[in-house]
Design a binder for this molecule. Sequence first.
Ligand SMILES: Cc1cc2nc3c(=O)[nH]c(=O)nc-3n(C[C@H](O)[C@H](O)[C@H](O)COP(=O)(O)OP(=O)(O)OC[C@H]3O[C@@H](n4cnc5c(N)ncnc54)[C@H](O)[C@@H]3O)c2cc1C
Length: 427
Amino acid sequence: MKIGIVGLGISGLRTAMLLEKAGFNVQLFEARGRVGGRLQTIDEGNGVHYEAGGEWIDSDHFRCLNLLAEFELEGIQPEPWPKKLHYKGSISSEAHIWNDALEDDLRVEAAARELCRDLSTPPWKNCHKAAWDKRTLADFLNEHTQTDRGLWYVTAKYRSDEGDDPGEIGLLGWLAGYIHYLERDGDVMSAYRVPGGFSGLCEKMLGSLRAEPLLGSALKRISQDPLGVSLEFERSRARVDHVILTLPPPALERVAFDPALPVAKRCAIEACKMGRTIKILWEFDTAWWEGEEWGGSVLTDGPLQQTWVEACEAPVLCAYICGERAMEWTRMGDPVNAGVYELAKLHKEAPRHFKRGWAHLWPNDPYAQGGFSHLSPGYVLEHMEHIAPPVKRIHFAGEHTAMWTGFIEGALESAERVVQEILKTEA
Ligand SMILES: Cc1cc2nc3c(=O)[nH]c(=O)nc-3n(C[C@H](O)[C@H](O)[C@H](O)COP(=O)(O)OP(=O)(O)OC[C@H]3O[C@@H](n4cnc5c(N)ncnc54)[C@H](O)[C@@H]3O)c2cc1C
């Protein structure tokens, strides 16, 4: 049986590895001139390399950690620097956070824990929770905080997790993800990075395959009949028995299907939203943040929202910006220099040490149109169950089809699920 895999991000690569291992013949197609999709390690020379896309592995992302182990890699743990907090001119750190913000944070956690006790899995089985599905995470955070500073802190924290503003996130969908947090033991967020970067891992995955990828192949049209599936790319065609599409929802929307996809599937694809996420990076001639008893890691109420230090030999700081603020940065002529101006507000020495910088504006990326998917208000009960199932010979994978929505772990989870689907068609 010949299986086409379209989209060679980490979900497509993992699917190919698992299918080849199970004895299938796979054909690989990718629109970009490289594999990895939203995982992209950039090497700018002189010790500067960084992750333009996905970067962190939580310590309970076991599929991801096991994949590293398969290639004899071990996650790198960041230095345990306290995160600095800047709010309306006052400064604190996550380790010694203002009491009022801490109390609000604990109130939100307790309320979320309470709601999660009553949740069924999968998330769309919570029909009696329609009111939660219609509410936003922002409503919930407002309700359970008592101070401006506390509200700012929890908003900043969950915005960074979700990759968009809490007003865009449905409460039921957020709780479905929060359940994973409750099963956690200790501080496991952003625990590891990949040594050498995610692009190296993706290249190793590709290198482990017998099949050769057809890069530069953007899928335009797909038609299926009782005997197989025909794929039409910009400059070529292919015929396979089954196809697995790992394209993010905005890219899927641009593919023509013949016959048309069922209405529920089309609506689920349209309703699945991508977070508005960007990264801006700066190289400096010295790590000016180190003299300050903090590690360059900041959460701020200013336009940069959040910064951290990249794991490379050169001193490189990364700002990770999400939501409406990120869109403001995408409209700027020179986000790198505008960012240096903002950094000067956090540390007046920053401009003096600045060497060069780069901006990665994911909402403008033609094959992703955003950072990663999130569950918007109303999505869970109306659409979520329709996003993953196959339509006859067409199968769907990618982080947006997983329970670990948004994460690299979810992309890998989707690969395992779709391989089981293919195995069942053979049985
Ligand atoms: C800035 C940023 C930060 C992130 N941080 C983290 C993090 O710290 N931790 C974490 O777990 N996750 C993070 N993520 C999310 C993570 O990167 C993704 O969840 C994961 O990489 C998605 O993999 P995927 O295979 O599902 O999709 P993709 O990587 O998007 O792969 C899909 C592939 O399909 C291709 N494609 C699209 N259209 C077509 C077409 N028409 N024809 C052929 N091919 C097509 C694309 O080029 C792409 O290669 C981040 C993402 C971004 C952008």
